[in-house]
Design a protein around this ligand. Structure first.
Ligand code: SF4
Ligand code: MG
Length: 330
């Protein structure tokens, strides 16, 4: 709720704080148990920062992150450590996130070393089980990351994330660094694991076609805020926010008849700096349908149709009321 992640900017020899990069600036959404919420937007819009702040890999500047009735953002270090196993992350670049000097077994088993007092035998058993779950041959347990392909390395990263039986996993661009030919395999694996283990995902990606495949609902971010949050099919069929319309107009349609009608909306200008976002609506400098009120009053994310949340004065006039709760009742 109202999550903010501001990074201070320092300047001069006295390193005085002169401002802040508002990477995430007041974001609210729900993720329902067992669903995949897609989080999309151009690079730099703050989507990875949301993922990290949710898991408290970054300390949020403000806001709350409630999982199972507990506010993660407010937990003291000891309690946070106990909660760690339930929430994990799969990173974008398996190459960079795996220690090249550790064997696969040691990498996958590391969370067990940190969070359990199991015997070596029990840990090995669990490591083998995890390798089975992600489709890695047990015979490779003592090999090193460089001996694997990109797709296999991502399987290692997924196995490590699963080691402690998490409920919630943030997948931050999990396929962006992989060859197109194996992206689908890794996505299928993630879906399969979700079904078998009852996992809940936040799936961060700039690949709108892949998000369309995997997500139940999708949040579209622009400049540190959510522009629209809608059920997947509704969003792709008929985006409501002007930015979501432009973003999705770039996605090719599989159906040739629809593809022939597709009109690409090209936005003018650059995304403003998150250190100095515009007054009013953060999209007002580029919005093709901007109105005078937009440059003055910040639109609030509002439920404009059942289950569809949009922050735009055009879609929802007089939306200056309180913040809506962007999700179904849990
Ligand atoms: Fe465009 Fe105004 Fe809506 Fe912002 S509030 S998206 S500027 S119409
Ligand atoms: Mg990112």
């Amino acid at each position: 709720r109202n999550l903010k992640m501001h990074f201070p900017i320092y300047a001069g020899i006295l390193r005085r704080k002169v401002g802040a990069v508002k990477a995430v600036d007041g974001v609210s959404f729900d993720i329902l148990t067992g669903e995949t919420l897609g989080l999309v937007g151009e690079s730099g819009c703050g989507k990875s920062t949301v993922g990290r702040a949710l898991l408290r890999l970054y300390e949020p500047t403000a806001g709350s992150v409630v999982i199972d009735g507990e506010d993660i953002a407010a937990l003291p270090p000891d309690a946070l450590r106990k909660k760690r196993p339930t929430m994990q992350m799969v990173f974008q670049d398996p190459q960079a996130s795996l220690n090249p000097r550790m064997t696969v077994a040691a990498i996958i088993g590391e969370p067990l070393d940190e969070h359990t007092d199991w015997t070596e035998a029990r840990k090995s058993e669990r490591v083998y089980e995890l390798m089975d779950q992600v489709g890695l041959n047990r015979r490779f347990a003592n090999r090193y990351p460089h001996e694997f392909s990109g797709g296999q390395r991502q399987r290692i990263g997924i196995a490590r994330a699963l080691a402690l039986n998490p409920k919630f996993i943030v997948c931050d661009e999990p396929i962006a660094a992989l060859d197109v030919s194996i992206q689908a395999q890794v996505v299928n694996l993630l879906e399969d694991l979700q079904d078998r283990l009852g996992l809940t995902y936040l799936f961060i990606s700039h690949d709108l076609s892949m998000v369309r495949h995997i997500a139940d609902r999708v949040a579209v971010m622009y400049l540190g805020q959510i522009a629209e949050l809608s059920p997947r099919d509704a969003l792709y069929a008929r985006p409501l926010h002007p930015y979501a319309k432009a973003l999705l107009s770039a996605v090719p349609e599989a159906d040739p008849a629809l593809e022939a009608q597709r009109q690409r909306i090209i936005l003018r200008g650059d995304v403003p700096s998150p250190a100095n976002p515009p007054k009013g609506c953060n999209f007002c400098t580029r919005c093709p349908v901007v109105m005078p009120v937009c440059r003055d009053v910040e639109p609030v994310l509002t439920e404009v149709e059942p289950g569809r949340f949009v922050a735009c004065h055009l879609v929802s006039p007089n939306n200056a009321g309180g913040h809506a709760s962007p999700g179904a009742e849990v």
